[in-house]
Write a protein that binds this ligand. Structure first.
Ligand code: ATR
Length: 310
Protein backbone atom coordinates (compact mmCIF):
# COMPACT_ATOMS: atom_id res chain seq x y z
CA UNK A 1 0.00 0.00 0.00
CA UNK A 2 1.35 3.43 -0.96
CA UNK A 3 1.02 5.92 1.84
CA UNK A 4 -0.72 9.26 1.64
CA UNK A 5 1.70 12.20 1.43
CA UNK A 6 -0.01 15.55 1.74
CA UNK A 7 3.12 17.34 0.55
CA UNK A 8 2.98 15.94 -3.01
CA UNK A 9 1.63 18.61 -5.42
CA UNK A 10 -1.52 17.84 -7.45
CA UNK A 11 -1.05 17.72 -11.22
CA UNK A 12 -3.31 19.45 -13.74
CA UNK A 13 -6.52 17.81 -14.96
CA UNK A 14 -6.19 16.46 -18.50
CA UNK A 15 -9.60 15.19 -19.50
CA UNK A 16 -12.97 14.08 -18.21
CA UNK A 17 -13.20 10.64 -19.73
CA UNK A 18 -12.22 8.00 -17.20
CA UNK A 19 -11.08 5.25 -19.57
CA UNK A 20 -9.63 7.18 -22.49
CA UNK A 21 -6.21 5.57 -23.04
CA UNK A 22 -3.81 8.25 -21.85
CA UNK A 23 -0.61 6.26 -22.12
CA UNK A 24 -0.18 6.32 -18.39
CA UNK A 25 -1.54 4.45 -15.45
CA UNK A 26 -4.50 6.13 -13.77
CA UNK A 27 -5.28 5.98 -10.08
CA UNK A 28 -8.38 5.39 -7.97
CA UNK A 29 -7.99 6.30 -4.30
CA UNK A 30 -9.61 4.96 -1.17
CA UNK A 31 -9.78 7.83 1.33
CA UNK A 32 -10.19 6.75 4.94
CA UNK A 33 -8.47 6.69 8.32
CA UNK A 34 -7.39 4.01 8.97
CA UNK A 35 -7.54 2.10 5.66
CA UNK A 36 -5.08 -0.77 6.10
CA UNK A 37 -7.87 -3.22 6.99
CA UNK A 38 -9.97 -2.49 3.88
CA UNK A 39 -10.71 -5.25 1.37
CA UNK A 40 -11.54 -2.73 -1.39
CA UNK A 41 -7.97 -2.41 -2.75
CA UNK A 42 -7.86 -6.17 -3.28
CA UNK A 43 -11.14 -6.70 -5.05
CA UNK A 44 -11.14 -3.40 -6.99
CA UNK A 45 -7.63 -4.07 -8.33
CA UNK A 46 -8.68 -7.60 -9.30
CA UNK A 47 -11.61 -6.13 -11.24
CA UNK A 48 -9.43 -3.51 -13.00
CA UNK A 49 -6.90 -6.18 -13.94
CA UNK A 50 -9.59 -8.60 -15.14
CA UNK A 51 -10.91 -6.00 -17.59
CA UNK A 52 -7.47 -4.71 -18.61
CA UNK A 53 -8.02 -1.18 -17.25
CA UNK A 54 -4.63 0.52 -16.81
CA UNK A 55 -5.30 1.80 -13.30
CA UNK A 56 -4.16 1.27 -9.75
CA UNK A 57 -6.48 1.31 -6.75
CA UNK A 58 -4.58 2.84 -3.83
CA UNK A 59 -5.45 3.13 -0.16
CA UNK A 60 -4.75 6.63 1.16
CA UNK A 61 -4.68 6.93 4.93
CA UNK A 62 -5.84 10.52 5.32
CA UNK A 63 -6.17 12.06 8.79
CA UNK A 64 -9.09 14.52 9.15
CA UNK A 65 -6.88 17.62 9.05
CA UNK A 66 -5.58 16.60 5.59
CA UNK A 67 -8.94 15.75 4.05
CA UNK A 68 -9.32 18.92 1.97
CA UNK A 69 -5.80 18.51 0.52
CA UNK A 70 -6.53 14.89 -0.39
CA UNK A 71 -9.74 15.93 -2.16
CA UNK A 72 -7.85 18.56 -4.16
CA UNK A 73 -5.44 15.83 -5.28
CA UNK A 74 -8.41 13.97 -6.82
CA UNK A 75 -8.82 16.75 -9.41
CA UNK A 76 -5.62 15.64 -11.12
CA UNK A 77 -6.04 14.04 -14.54
CA UNK A 78 -4.24 11.00 -13.18
CA UNK A 79 -7.14 10.28 -10.86
CA UNK A 80 -10.31 8.53 -12.02
CA UNK A 81 -11.98 9.10 -8.68
CA UNK A 82 -12.20 7.68 -5.19
CA UNK A 83 -13.99 5.66 -2.63
CA UNK A 84 -14.57 7.30 0.73
CA UNK A 85 -14.80 5.46 4.00
CA UNK A 86 -14.86 6.03 7.76
CA UNK A 87 -14.48 8.67 9.17
CA UNK A 88 -14.79 10.96 6.12
CA UNK A 89 -18.11 9.99 4.48
CA UNK A 90 -20.04 12.94 5.86
CA UNK A 91 -17.33 15.59 6.15
CA UNK A 92 -16.13 15.15 2.56
CA UNK A 93 -19.43 16.52 1.21
CA UNK A 94 -18.14 20.03 1.98
CA UNK A 95 -15.16 19.65 -0.35
CA UNK A 96 -16.62 18.08 -3.50
CA UNK A 97 -18.30 20.06 -6.30
CA UNK A 98 -21.48 18.13 -6.89
CA UNK A 99 -22.96 15.76 -4.30
CA UNK A 100 -25.95 14.21 -6.09
CA UNK A 101 -29.48 13.94 -4.68
CA UNK A 102 -28.85 10.44 -3.36
CA UNK A 103 -25.73 11.50 -1.45
CA UNK A 104 -27.67 14.44 -0.02
CA UNK A 105 -30.49 12.15 1.04
CA UNK A 106 -28.23 9.62 2.73
CA UNK A 107 -26.10 12.47 4.10
CA UNK A 108 -22.91 10.65 3.13
CA UNK A 109 -20.63 10.11 0.14
CA UNK A 110 -18.77 6.89 -0.60
CA UNK A 111 -17.84 7.48 -4.26
CA UNK A 112 -16.27 10.40 -6.11
CA UNK A 113 -15.82 10.56 -9.88
CA UNK A 114 -13.32 13.01 -11.37
CA UNK A 115 -14.83 14.55 -14.52
CA UNK A 116 -12.09 16.72 -15.94
CA UNK A 117 -11.23 18.20 -12.58
CA UNK A 118 -14.83 18.51 -11.33
CA UNK A 119 -15.62 16.12 -8.50
CA UNK A 120 -19.03 14.42 -8.69
CA UNK A 121 -20.00 12.62 -5.51
CA UNK A 122 -22.61 9.98 -4.86
CA UNK A 123 -23.48 7.11 -2.57
CA UNK A 124 -23.39 3.55 -3.92
CA UNK A 125 -24.17 1.95 -0.55
CA UNK A 126 -27.86 2.25 -1.38
CA UNK A 127 -27.47 0.33 -4.65
CA UNK A 128 -25.19 -2.14 -2.87
CA UNK A 129 -27.93 -2.94 -0.37
CA UNK A 130 -30.62 -3.34 -3.03
CA UNK A 131 -28.41 -5.46 -5.32
CA UNK A 132 -27.29 -7.76 -2.51
CA UNK A 133 -30.90 -8.60 -1.79
CA UNK A 134 -31.76 -8.90 -5.50
CA UNK A 135 -28.81 -11.27 -5.99
CA UNK A 136 -30.19 -13.41 -3.14
CA UNK A 137 -33.57 -13.54 -4.91
CA UNK A 138 -35.31 -11.27 -2.41
CA UNK A 139 -38.25 -9.18 -3.66
CA UNK A 140 -38.72 -6.12 -1.42
CA UNK A 141 -41.86 -4.53 -2.83
CA UNK A 142 -44.66 -4.59 -0.23
CA UNK A 143 -42.52 -6.31 2.42
CA UNK A 144 -42.21 -5.68 6.16
CA UNK A 145 -38.63 -4.91 7.12
CA UNK A 146 -37.02 -4.57 10.54
CA UNK A 147 -33.75 -2.66 10.69
CA UNK A 148 -31.48 -3.05 13.71
CA UNK A 149 -29.22 -0.03 14.21
CA UNK A 150 -29.51 3.67 13.41
CA UNK A 151 -25.98 4.77 12.47
CA UNK A 152 -24.52 5.81 9.12
CA UNK A 153 -25.00 2.41 7.50
CA UNK A 154 -28.62 2.32 8.66
CA UNK A 155 -29.32 5.61 6.87
CA UNK A 156 -28.41 4.04 3.53
CA UNK A 157 -30.66 1.07 4.40
CA UNK A 158 -33.64 3.36 5.06
CA UNK A 159 -33.15 5.17 1.73
CA UNK A 160 -32.79 1.81 -0.07
CA UNK A 161 -35.89 0.32 1.53
CA UNK A 162 -37.96 3.36 0.77
CA UNK A 163 -36.94 3.35 -2.87
CA UNK A 164 -37.71 -0.38 -3.10
CA UNK A 165 -41.35 0.20 -2.09
CA UNK A 166 -41.53 -1.78 1.13
CA UNK A 167 -44.70 -1.54 3.23
CA UNK A 168 -43.40 -1.26 6.79
CA UNK A 169 -40.06 -0.36 8.34
CA UNK A 170 -39.38 -0.86 12.04
CA UNK A 171 -36.15 0.65 13.35
CA UNK A 172 -34.70 -1.01 16.42
CA UNK A 173 -31.93 0.81 18.25
CA UNK A 174 -30.26 1.11 21.64
CA UNK A 175 -30.41 4.92 21.58
CA UNK A 176 -33.93 6.21 20.78
CA UNK A 177 -32.77 9.66 19.58
CA UNK A 178 -30.71 8.22 16.73
CA UNK A 179 -33.66 6.11 15.56
CA UNK A 180 -35.88 9.20 15.65
CA UNK A 181 -33.52 10.96 13.24
CA UNK A 182 -33.93 8.05 10.81
CA UNK A 183 -37.71 8.06 11.12
CA UNK A 184 -37.59 11.54 9.57
CA UNK A 185 -36.19 9.96 6.39
CA UNK A 186 -39.50 8.14 5.85
CA UNK A 187 -42.56 9.79 4.40
CA UNK A 188 -44.99 8.83 1.70
CA UNK A 189 -46.95 5.65 2.34
CA UNK A 190 -44.18 3.97 4.30
CA UNK A 191 -45.31 2.83 7.74
CA UNK A 192 -42.34 3.57 10.03
CA UNK A 193 -42.03 2.46 13.66
CA UNK A 194 -39.49 2.34 16.45
CA UNK A 195 -38.71 -0.45 18.91
CA UNK A 196 -36.03 -0.38 21.63
CA UNK A 197 -33.08 -2.78 21.32
CA UNK A 198 -34.08 -4.55 24.51
CA UNK A 199 -34.74 -8.29 24.49
CA UNK A 200 -37.24 -7.91 27.35
CA UNK A 201 -39.34 -5.48 25.29
CA UNK A 202 -42.17 -7.24 23.44
CA UNK A 203 -42.21 -4.79 20.53
CA UNK A 204 -38.65 -5.78 19.57
CA UNK A 205 -39.48 -9.50 19.51
CA UNK A 206 -42.71 -8.99 17.60
CA UNK A 207 -41.01 -6.70 15.06
CA UNK A 208 -38.64 -9.56 14.26
CA UNK A 209 -41.28 -12.28 14.26
CA UNK A 210 -43.54 -10.37 11.87
CA UNK A 211 -40.78 -9.17 9.52
CA UNK A 212 -40.14 -10.57 6.05
CA UNK A 213 -36.61 -9.15 6.06
CA UNK A 214 -34.40 -8.30 9.07
CA UNK A 215 -31.36 -6.08 8.39
CA UNK A 216 -28.59 -5.95 11.00
CA UNK A 217 -26.53 -2.74 10.74
CA UNK A 218 -24.91 -2.43 14.17
CA UNK A 219 -21.37 -3.53 14.98
CA UNK A 220 -22.70 -6.30 17.26
CA UNK A 221 -21.08 -9.61 16.26
CA UNK A 222 -18.14 -7.95 14.47
CA UNK A 223 -14.76 -9.62 14.98
CA UNK A 224 -12.57 -7.66 17.44
CA UNK A 225 -15.52 -5.35 18.24
CA UNK A 226 -17.02 -4.74 21.68
CA UNK A 227 -19.82 -7.29 21.16
CA UNK A 228 -17.88 -10.01 19.29
CA UNK A 229 -19.62 -13.39 19.26
CA UNK A 230 -23.04 -11.89 20.08
CA UNK A 231 -26.24 -11.71 18.05
CA UNK A 232 -28.77 -8.93 18.75
CA UNK A 233 -31.54 -11.43 17.85
CA UNK A 234 -31.98 -14.87 19.45
CA UNK A 235 -32.58 -17.80 17.08
CA UNK A 236 -36.07 -18.41 18.56
CA UNK A 237 -37.38 -15.17 17.07
CA UNK A 238 -36.55 -16.17 13.49
CA UNK A 239 -38.62 -18.48 11.30
CA UNK A 240 -38.41 -20.15 7.89
CA UNK A 241 -39.36 -17.84 5.00
CA UNK A 242 -37.61 -14.83 6.48
CA UNK A 243 -34.46 -13.18 5.15
CA UNK A 244 -31.70 -12.10 7.56
CA UNK A 245 -29.21 -9.61 6.10
CA UNK A 246 -26.14 -8.68 8.17
CA UNK A 247 -24.02 -5.73 7.02
CA UNK A 248 -21.15 -7.06 9.16
CA UNK A 249 -18.80 -9.23 7.06
CA UNK A 250 -16.02 -10.10 9.50
CA UNK A 251 -16.58 -12.91 10.30
CA UNK A 252 -18.43 -13.90 7.14
CA UNK A 253 -20.77 -16.12 9.18
CA UNK A 254 -21.84 -13.75 11.99
CA UNK A 255 -23.71 -14.89 15.12
CA UNK A 256 -26.81 -13.07 13.76
CA UNK A 257 -26.65 -15.05 10.50
CA UNK A 258 -26.00 -18.29 12.38
CA UNK A 259 -29.06 -17.67 14.58
CA UNK A 260 -31.22 -16.97 11.53
CA UNK A 261 -29.96 -20.03 9.67
CA UNK A 262 -30.53 -22.27 12.69
CA UNK A 263 -34.21 -21.27 12.60
CA UNK A 264 -34.53 -21.89 8.85
CA UNK A 265 -34.34 -18.24 7.72
CA UNK A 266 -32.32 -17.27 4.63
CA UNK A 267 -28.98 -15.61 5.52
CA UNK A 268 -27.43 -12.84 3.36
CA UNK A 269 -23.90 -11.84 4.38
CA UNK A 270 -22.35 -8.37 4.41
CA UNK A 271 -19.60 -9.28 1.96
CA UNK A 272 -22.27 -9.11 -0.73
CA UNK A 273 -23.07 -5.50 0.25
CA UNK A 274 -19.36 -4.60 0.26
CA UNK A 275 -18.80 -6.06 -3.19
CA UNK A 276 -21.98 -4.66 -4.74
CA UNK A 277 -21.39 -1.10 -3.53
CA UNK A 278 -17.85 -1.41 -4.90
CA UNK A 279 -19.16 -2.77 -8.18
CA UNK A 280 -21.43 0.26 -8.59
CA UNK A 281 -18.48 2.57 -7.90
CA UNK A 282 -16.40 0.66 -10.48
CA UNK A 283 -19.15 1.17 -13.06
CA UNK A 284 -19.06 4.94 -12.44
CA UNK A 285 -15.26 5.29 -12.68
CA UNK A 286 -14.77 3.10 -15.74
CA UNK A 287 -18.10 3.08 -17.56
CA UNK A 288 -17.66 -0.70 -17.75
CA UNK A 289 -19.81 -3.56 -16.49
CA UNK A 290 -18.16 -4.63 -13.21
CA UNK A 291 -16.97 -8.26 -12.99
CA UNK A 292 -18.88 -8.99 -9.79
CA UNK A 293 -17.82 -12.66 -9.62
CA UNK A 294 -14.13 -11.69 -9.83
CA UNK A 295 -14.64 -9.08 -7.11
CA UNK A 296 -16.48 -11.50 -4.86
CA UNK A 297 -13.85 -14.22 -5.22
CA UNK A 298 -11.00 -11.81 -4.47
CA UNK A 299 -12.78 -10.25 -1.48
CA UNK A 300 -13.38 -13.71 -0.07
CA UNK A 301 -9.75 -14.70 -0.66
CA UNK A 302 -8.46 -11.54 1.04
CA UNK A 303 -10.76 -12.09 4.00
CA UNK A 304 -9.64 -15.71 4.39
CA UNK A 305 -5.96 -14.70 4.23
CA UNK A 306 -6.51 -12.09 6.88
CA UNK A 307 -8.31 -14.52 9.16
CA UNK A 308 -5.43 -16.97 8.84
CA UNK A 309 -2.89 -14.29 9.67
CA UNK A 310 -4.61 -13.10 12.88
P1 ATR B 1 -22.07 2.74 11.10
O1 ATR B 1 -21.68 3.90 10.25
O2 ATR B 1 -21.27 1.49 10.81
O3 ATR B 1 -23.53 2.48 11.10
P2 ATR B 1 -22.26 4.13 13.61
O4 ATR B 1 -22.80 5.31 12.88
O5 ATR B 1 -21.26 4.34 14.68
O6 ATR B 1 -21.60 3.11 12.59
O7 ATR B 1 -23.52 3.31 14.20
C1 ATR B 1 -23.34 2.19 14.96
C2 ATR B 1 -24.68 1.52 15.26
O8 ATR B 1 -24.41 0.32 16.01
C3 ATR B 1 -25.63 2.34 16.11
O9 ATR B 1 -26.96 1.99 15.81
C4 ATR B 1 -25.26 1.87 17.52
O10 ATR B 1 -26.27 2.05 18.48
P3 ATR B 1 -26.45 3.46 19.28
O11 ATR B 1 -27.11 4.39 18.30
O12 ATR B 1 -27.30 3.12 20.41
O13 ATR B 1 -25.07 3.87 19.65
C5 ATR B 1 -25.07 0.41 17.28
N1 ATR B 1 -24.22 -0.28 18.26
C6 ATR B 1 -22.89 -0.25 18.37
N2 ATR B 1 -22.46 -1.05 19.38
C7 ATR B 1 -23.58 -1.59 19.92
C8 ATR B 1 -23.82 -2.51 21.00
N3 ATR B 1 -22.82 -3.02 21.72
N4 ATR B 1 -25.11 -2.85 21.25
C9 ATR B 1 -26.11 -2.34 20.53
N5 ATR B 1 -25.96 -1.46 19.51
C10 ATR B 1 -24.72 -1.09 19.21
Amino acid sequence: MRTWKSSAPPTAAIDGDPVTPSGRTRTIALIGHPVAHSLSPRFQQAALDALGVDARYEAWDVPPEELSIAVERLRSGDLLGANVTVPHKVEIMRFVDRPDALAERVGAVNTIVNRGGALEATNTDVAGIVRSLEAAGVELQGKRVTLIGAGGAARAVVVAMRSAGIERLTIVNRTPGRAAALLDLGGGDLDMRYAPLDASDGTFASSIRTADVVVQSTSVGMAHGPAEGESPVPAEWFRPGQVAFDLVYVPEQTPFLAAAEAAGAQPVGGLSMLVHQGAESFRLWTGMEPPVDVMFAEARRALAERQHST
